[in-house]
Design a binder for this molecule. Structure first.
Ligand code: BJW
Length: 232
């Protein structure tokens, strides 16, 4: 793999599962405990803002009790030691990549520790609750919502992601079911451009057949082994 100079990595909920954060679609996952239409759509938020703000307040609070696992640590090591271009595109709203030490990270579905004002549209770093309707630090209106991307909304920084995929020679997908677009389509975009593709996931995902190679297992084992292989 010594000719690899430009890598795009897509991560999903599976990379944070061993840290104790629930995935979405697994048995007992978040979408089994909550109706996705109620908590992850703009319509659900309009219908019952208190329910949605509480859901995200609880998840933000739970973040304090978890820590990065060996898969996050391995990607942080790659970020530090890989001299080529690297972009970690995460669908996750947690901050475990950053807490492990990675800096080349893009949160395409937003972040739990950020609030978005529906009045002035400014994004502000946020560590506290939102269900008590605090004022926006910029315009003072009590109209903050979680700065996350719900179904029907445009993910963040799509232009930058597609540019990185166009320039990549390796695309790696880690811990994602491949059920949600546009992220689920990145593997096909990459393949169409002649980019090598690798999947690391607990089980074969919905899009496994699109990858040149698919390895099954726990992210905490597969990712450190792959990073070691790449940097060797
Ligand atoms: C392990 C492991 C371990 C476990 N080790 N692995 C019909 C067809 C096609 C598309 C659409 C359609 N109808 C509507 C759409 C579009 C829609 C969509 O995709 N819907 C699908 C349901 C079909 N998408 C959108 O609306 C998006 N916006 C959009 O498309 O805008 C228009 C556009 C057009 C053109 C270009 C660009 C844009 C927005 C999607 C927003 C998703 N939001 C959420 C919530 C975010 C906030 C929050 O956290 O609450 O994002 S939903 C949820 O799913 C979350 C995740 O980021 C996302 C993906 O989930 P992920 O990460 O894959 O988790 P799981 O649980 O599904 O999978 C975990 C995997 O890990 C599993 O495979 C496990 O096996 C594995 N695993 N333990 C390794 N230890």
């Amino acid at each position: 793999m010594s000719d690899i100079r430009n890598i795009v990595i897509l991560t999903g909920a599976g990379i944070s599962a061993e840290s104790g954060i629930d995935t979405f679609r697994s048995a007992g996952g978040l979408w089994e405990q909550h109706n996705v239409e109620d908590v992850a759509t703009p319509e659900g938020f309009a219908r019952d803002p208190a329910l949605v703000l509480n859901f995200y307040d609880m998840r933000r609070e739970a973040l304090c009790k978890v820590a990065p696992n060996p898969a996050h640590d391995a990607l942080a090591r790659l970020d530090a030691e890989f001299s080529g271009e690297l972009l970690i595109v995460t669908q996750n709203v947690d901050d475990l990549h950053e807490r492990a030490g990675a800096s080349r990270v893009l949160h395409m579905h937003g972040e739990l520790k950020s609030a978005l004002c529906t009045s002035c549209e400014m994004r502000s770093p946020w560590n506290a609750t939102l269900s008590d309707r605090p004022p926006c630090p910029v315009c003072q209106a009590p109209t903050l919502r979680p700065d996350v991307v719900w179904f029907g909304e445009m993910p963040y920084q799509m232009e930058r992601i597609y540019r990185a995929i166009r320039e990549a020679d390796l695309f790696v997908s880690i811990g994602t079911s491949g059920a949600v677009y546009p992220a689920a389509g990145f593997v096909r975009d990459a393949r169409d451009l002649g980019v090598q593709t690798l999947e690391l996931n607990l089980e074969r995902s919905e899009g496994s057949h699109w990858f040149h190679e698919s390895r099954q297992g726990r992210a905490g084992e597969l990712v450190p082994a792959w990073v070691e292989e790449l940097l060797r």
